[in-house]
Design a protein around this ligand. Structure first.
Ligand SMILES: NC(=O)C1=CN([C@@H]2O[C@H](COP(=O)(O)OP(=O)(O)OC[C@H]3O[C@@H](n4cnc5c(N)ncnc54)[C@H](OP(=O)(O)O)[C@@H]3O)[C@@H](O)[C@H]2O)C=CC1
Ligand SMILES: O=CCCC(=O)O
Length: 334
């Protein structure tokens, strides 16, 4: 499909229609791309829900919520560490002191949490969003979790009479800042349509993949591939240097050939300098590999490359690199 680049966020797509199904696959899906959408971007105020909640203001949640505010949305925020709400409050966001209160005061609530455990606590815990949900309300979880966890959220949220959409994102810090994320959604199709104007503020394309669990699975497969690509690239850089080559030249050679990838072009130069400014924390990449291994286990699919890659990220974590960018995995090889 050659369409969505995380690292070249403004790369245009080759698709020329708004919404269609592709080749026959087990699950038919829809894709909608901002650049070709019949709706003009910058949605009209009437298209937007009256009030939007945002839970989890880390590397991703913060710029995503900022983009909603910049687009004129009425946003209410919560984050475990309150200080991360300050930039949003200074942009006129409202603040509530629990996920429950945010959900109770908003039409639609987005959640962008670190992992299945934190996302579960925020959605279904003691002061979790589900406590504030009810008929007419919507919950959109954009965190990267496994499908089973997502199904659990769905049950909890639906039990209150509210609607649930799973919508993890491809794309990192810069695409989040630029409103160029790729949403991998599944769940309530009416909510998908209703949330579309908001997803289009934060992203450049959105896929609707059917039943809850499919968005999570797609996200985990993508990140499994990405984690292995990065580990293999790191091995190449280290080996090239060991045999007396200039790793910067390797980056250039790769950039001109069939295995070129925006990720290598963006991360390579800083990896050569042993610098890993965090866009995607290494601990989250290892979490995604762990969850992808669970997904593969559930269908007895061997994924030996991902299994070995996961071990390497675990070594990197044991060297204290959890909060560095995932490209710091190269340090585990040195
Ligand atoms: N960074 C990236 O490039 C991308 C990340 N993702 C995924 O998005 C999600 C968020 O990533 P990112 O923003 O980078 O991560 P961060 O680590 O920057 O942010 C994590 C967020 O989760 C909150 N959190 C963590 N533990 C708890 C807890 N026990 N209870 C309540 N809140 C908690 C943090 O709160 P606090 O501030 O208090 O720590 C913070 O708001 C992850 O699932 C990640 O895999 C998806 C695409 C790209
Ligand atoms: O989950 C993180 C993905 C990062 C990216 O797509 O660049």
């Amino acid at each position: 499909m050659a369409m969505c680049s995380t690292f070249y966020p403004r790369l245009s797509t080759h698709l020329n229609c708004k919404s269609f199904s592709l080749f026959p696959v087990k699950h038919r899906f829809l894709v909608s791309i901002k650049a070709f959408s019949s709706q003009t971007f910058a949605p009209k105020a009437d298209d937007l829900p009256a009030s939007i909640g945002f839970l989890g203001l880390g590397i991703m949640g913060n710029p995503m919520a900022q983009n909603l505010i910049k687009a004129g949305c009425d946003v209410t925020v919560w984050n475990r560490t309150k200080s991360k709400c300050e930039p949003l409050i200074s942009m006129n966001a409202k603040y509530k002191s629990s996920p429950e209160e945010v959900a109770a005061s908003c039409d639609v609530t987005f959640a962008m949490l670190a992992d299945p455990e934190s996302a579960a606590d925020v959605a279904c815990g003691k002061y979790g969003a589900a406590k504030g949900m009810g008929p007419g309300k919507d919950y959109v979880d954009v965190s990267t979790v496994d499908g089973e966890t997502s199904k659990l959220f769905c049950e909890h949220i639906r039990a209150t009479g509210a609607h649930f959409l799973e919508a993890p994102v491809s794309g990192s810090k810069k695409p989040a800042e630029d409103g160029q994320l790729i949403f991998l959604t599944a769940g309530d199709s009416v909510l998908y349509e209703k949330a579309a104007p908001l997803l289009d503020i934060m992203g450049k394309s959105r896929f609707y993949l059917g039943e809850v669990g499919n968005g999570a699975a797609m996200k985990l497969v993508v990140n499994m591939v990405m984690g292995s690509m990065m580990a293999s690239f790191a091995e190449g850089l280290v080996l090239s240097e060991k045999v007396g080559l200039d790793p910067s030249v390797l980056v250039e050679v790769i950039s001109q050939g069939a295995i070129s990838a925006p990720m290598y072009a963006v991360k390579g130069p800083s990896m050569v300098k042993s610098s890993y400014p965090t866009a995607f924390p290494l601990k989250h990449q290892q979490k995604d590999l762990r969850l992808a291994l669970g997904l593969a286990e559930s269908v007895s699919q061997p994924i030996p490359i991902a299994a070995a890659t996961n071990e390497l990220y675990k070594v990197a974590k044991s060297h204290g690199l959890s909060d560095q960018d995932f490209s710091a995995v190269i340090e585990a090889l040195k």
